[in-house]
Design a protein around this ligand. Structure first.
Ligand code: FES
Length: 198
């Protein structure tokens, strides 16, 4: 497991490095335009919201998009996935997500606006590794036999359920972060802001 952990941490660093290189190229190409922006406008562009088409995301599937250099996971949870959440209420550290780490609309059991759609930052809240998806229940993917599905951070073993809620007594101190987001329509999400047209 430790080798896998190193790989995942390395991959995360690679993604960050690649994003940084891409960022430099993008900035170079836009110099005439960017240099004409006021400092506050430049800051806004760096943290600009990202609009995502989720129309092709089938039940049980997950997609990853980048926002502010971070991977954001969007998961279309099946009924079976959602049915695992109440069963885990006494095994996760913060079942209703009451710690102040996400918007109010994520302070519930599913940690989401729409029950089936989860939007979380895919970075472990311990030391920032990228957790792996372990969607299959049971021991098939190297998890304990009573595993109901979710995510494993291979770096130090934190586990998260299908709502990104961390299990008790794990190194990660909090649930995975839910970023601000808003539905523009059934098929489109804006990540990075809460209000339509804000
Ligand atoms: S970084 Fe995830 S458990 Fe340590």
């Amino acid at each position: 497991m430790s080798n896998q952990g190193k790989m995942d941490c390395g991959r995360r660093r690679l993604i960050v490095a690649t994003a940084a290189v891409g960022g430099v190229g993008a900035v170079a190409a836009l110099v005439p335009f960017v240099s004409s922006l006021l400092p506050s406008e430049r800051a806004k562009a760096a943290g600009a919201p990202v609009e995502v088409d989720i129309s092709k995301l089938e039940p049980g599937q997950m997609m990853t998009v980048e926002w502010r250099g971070k991977p954001v996971w969007i998961i279309n949870r099946t009924k079976e996935m959602l049915d695992t959440l109440p069963k885990l209420a006494d095994q996760v550290a913060d079942p209703q997500s009451e710690k102040n780490q996400q918007p109010d609309y994520a302070k519930n059991e599913t940690r989401s606006i729409k029950p089936e759609l989860l939007v979380v930052v895919g970075i472990c809240t311990h030391l920032g590794c990228s957790p792996s998806s372990k969607f299959k229940a049971g021991a098939d993917e190297g998890m304990p036999g009573d595993w109901l599905g979710g995510f494993l951070c291979p770096c130090h073993g934190s586990t998260f359920d299908f709502a990104g809620r961390v299990y008790k007594a794990k190194p990660a101190p909090t649930n995975l972060e839910v970023p601000p987001h808003v539905y523009l329509s059934d098929a489109r999400i804006m990540i990075g802001e809460d209000k339509k047209g804000a």
